[in-house]
Design a protein around this ligand. Structure first.
Ligand SMILES: NC(=O)c1ccc[n+]([C@@H]2O[C@H](COP(=O)([O-])OP(=O)(O)OC[C@H]3O[C@@H](n4cnc5c(N)ncnc54)[C@H](O)[C@@H]3O)[C@@H](O)[C@H]2O)c1
Length: 260
């Protein structure tokens, strides 16, 4: 059956590979990005998020089958707070109503294995409280501090996103409405986001010390696309609030016995 998918971050990397895979499989994909997409919006802004919902409603004719909320930034800046957490949640909650007409509605967000790194506690607090002004203010403080402080921004946004997915998936809006809501947590994937980090042999070596991936190492966006496609397919009817690590083993190595 031909399904209609919304893919954010569709202009590059994992989102682009996912849009390509779903299109090859005969589905209708409405790509969303800040550039080079069917819907061009800035998910860091309230206006962009509102426009997203209006444009998807218009282009889809009011009904979609799946949301793949994947757009993200990895810069050590406050903008990363806006896009990765508030932009992703606005995508999911704003488009949820359009899933109502689907026989097999599905939603997934792209978190990260970086959610396992120690967070910035103040930023995490503001994010889990859903307080965007406070989170942006803390993001700006970390950005101004630079270095190790600013480097905490990315993982903290992904930690908060994973927590939101786990807390939200079982509620009446999602599980109660028959919508599996889950997240993926990729390890290091070769995309424009990571290009500079894995450019040289030395750089790759130090990334793999931080993110141990004993199973097949750094991988391709297409490998992530297969998982996103399955999580949003009709075949996935019972995963609820799971954060699926597609990470070559970094979660198993880093968390070991502390989770199961
Ligand atoms: N590449 C990795 O190793 C890796 C690992 C874990 C998680 N992730 C996550 O996977 C997702 C996709 O990343 P990628 O590696 O494909 O990176 P990428 O940079 O290739 O693609 C990200 C896309 O998001 C879009 N985007 C950024 N800000 C936006 C905004 N304000 N509004 C609309 N679109 C915006 C970008 O334009 C870009 O096309 C991100 O959420 C990222 O955090 C990536």
């Amino acid at each position: 059956m031909v399904r209609t998918y919304i893919v954010t971050g569709a202009a590059s990397g994992i989102g682009k590979a996912t849009a390509q895979l779903l299109t090859e499989r005969g589905h209708r994909v409405i790509g969303v990005d800040i550039r080079n997409a069917e819907i061009t919006v800035d998910l860091s802004s309230a206006a962009g998020r509102e426009e997203l919902v209006n444009r998807v409603a218009e282009l889809s004719g009011g009904s979609i089958d799946a949301i793949i909320a994947n757009a993200g930034l990895a810069t050590p800046t406050a903008a990363t707070v806006a896009v990765n957490y508030f932009g992703t949640i606005a995508t999911l909650t704003g488009l949820r109503g359009l899933l109502a007409g689907s026989d097999a509605p599905r939603a997934v967000a792209t978190a990260s294995m970086a959610s396992l790194f120690p967070p910035d506690d103040l930023l995490l607090q503001a994010l889990t409280a859903g307080d965007e002004p406070a989170a942006l203010a803390r993001g700006a403080e970390l950005e101004a501090a630079g270095g190790d402080a600013a480097a905490l921004i990315y993982g903290t946004t992904k930690r908060a996103l994973a927590l939101w997915i786990r807390r939200t998936a079982s509620t009446s809006d999602w599980a109660g409405a028959g919508i599996p809501l889950n997240a993926i947590a990729p390890g290091v994937v070769e995309t424009p986001m990571t290009a500079a980090m894995i450019e040289t042999t030395e750089a790759r070596k130090s990334v793999l010390e931080l993110v141990p991936m004993p199973l097949n190492g750094i991988f391709q966006p297409r490998d992530v696309a297969y998982l996103l496609a399955w999580l949003t397919s009709e075949e996935n009817a019972h995963l609820c609030g799971q954060v699926v690590f597609i990470d070559g083993g970094s979660d198993a190595v880093i968390r070991g016995d502390s989770t199961w």
